[in-house]
Design a protein around this ligand. Structure first.
Ligand SMILES: [Cu+2]
Length: 207
């Protein structure tokens, strides 16, 4: 538990009566106790004890509240555009083989459907690396009303369906756990041709 040493030392030095201190010490941490001992070796008589201990406790609580949280800005925001290409089931593919994001980073994905064939409707779904068959099958079950994006723990996020010539954008938080995952189109019959690697870098690699 982080305690501001300088703050604690200043407060402890105000204690004037060493003889009354031991009964109050049980509630303090070891570092505080050592500081008390040090302060007490210079002890004089006085009666500011109770007040001072209350101050120490208050300082300790304050220090806990001041513990810095990791700021949101520490996580990079990534924007990526992926194009869906092809005018037949033989041609369909994404233009990118991989999408890279930092661990826990905000990822804004734009999917552009470049097809001119009205049959070629696509989505893009970010999933766990070993879940492609499970997700494709479950996507088929939930159907076009849910954009073929099933509600599974193996699915990080998915887009809506995009008609030819149109695009969509969505934002999600990349997994904290770095590693290699997948993105895939879960429109029936597309997953085998339309997929790529979703690479999540460890936090250290972001800087
Ligand atoms: Cu597709």
């Amino acid at each position: 538990m982080p305690i501001s040493n300088s703050k604690l030392r200043l407060t402890v030095k105000e204690i004037k009566d060493p003889m009354k201190i031991p009964s109050k010490l049980s509630s303090f941490s070891l570092p505080a106790l050592l500081l008390f001992s040090f302060a007490c070796s210079e002890g004089e008589s006085g009666d500011a004890e109770a007040e001072t201990i209350a101050e120490v406790v208050a300082s300790e609580e304050e220090a806990v509240e001041e513990e810095p949280a990791i700021p949101e800005e520490a996580f990079e925001t990534i924007e990526v555009t992926v194009e869906a290409l092809g005018n037949s089931m033989e041609e369909i593919r994404f233009d990118k083989e991989e999408v890279v994001a930092p661990s826990n980073g905000q990822l804004t994905v734009t999917l552009v459907n470049k097809s001119e064939d009205p049959e070629m409707i696509h989505n893009i779904v970010f999933i766990h690396d070993d879940a492609i068959e499970e997700v494709a099958a479950a996507g088929l079950k939930v159907g076009p009303e849910k954009a073929f994006v099933p509600d599974l723990s193996s699915v990080f996020a998915g887009s809506e369906l995009v008609e030819p010539g149109e695009s969509t954008e969505f934002t999600f938080t990349a997994p904290f756990q770095s590693g290699e995952y997948l993105f895939v189109c879960t429109v029936p019959g597309h997953a085998e041709e339309m997929n790529g690697r979703f690479i999540v870098l460890p936090p250290a690699a972001v800087e």
